[in-house]
Design a protein around this ligand. Structure first.
Ligand code: GDP
Length: 140
């Protein structure tokens, strides 16, 4: 196993319900270390770029509106196999399919308002971390 970093977001449905701490606890209990974190209001341009891979999907406009509907907490997580581990802790995209005890099963409101984001590959983790954090903002 390798020590990795991944990018995470506590999404607006979760910040609205004051669940940031509960979600951070699930990440930490799952073996991940929060090595950078900030609460931001994502702009429309940031959300469109971040989710650019989905721009042809029918839900793209709704997704951008949702991600800019309130503050988010962007994070860098570090740990053994952090990318896969975070995906396990989050659970499936659709909370109806997510395993018991995962963030999305516990907290998500819908397939869209699903409380958390986690990078899906090492390549995307590096891109997403660099999009929201300068190197000097990340410390173990
Ligand atoms: P993830 O990697 O598990 O977050 O899933 P995806 O990369 O496939 O989708 C990105 C985000 O788009 C998801 O986390 C949801 O917030 C949203 N999303 C995905 N599928 C749907 C859908 O069918 N409808 C809507 N409204 N939103 C979706």
């Amino acid at each position: 196993m390798a020590l990795e970093r991944t990018f995470s977001i506590v999404k607006p449905d979760a910040t609205r319900r004051n669940l940031t701490g509960a979600i951070c606890k699930m990440l930490e209990d799952g073996g991940l270390r929060i090595v950078a974190q900030k609460r931001i209001q994502m702009t429309q341009a940031q959300a469109e770029t971040f989710y650019g891979v989905h721009k042809e999907r029918p839900f793209f406009g709704d997704l951008v509106s949702f991600m800019t509907s309130g503050p988010v907490v962007v994070q860098v997580l570090e740990g053994e196999d952090a990318i896969a581990r975070n995906r396990e802790i989050m659970g499936a995209t659709n909370p109806a399919d997510a395993a018991e005890g995962t963030i999305r099963k516990t907290f998500a409101e819908s397939i869209e308002a699903n409380s958390a984001h986690g990078s899906d590959s090492a390549e995307n983790a590096a891109i997403e971390i660099a999009y929201f954090f300068a190197g000097c903002e990340i410390t173990g």
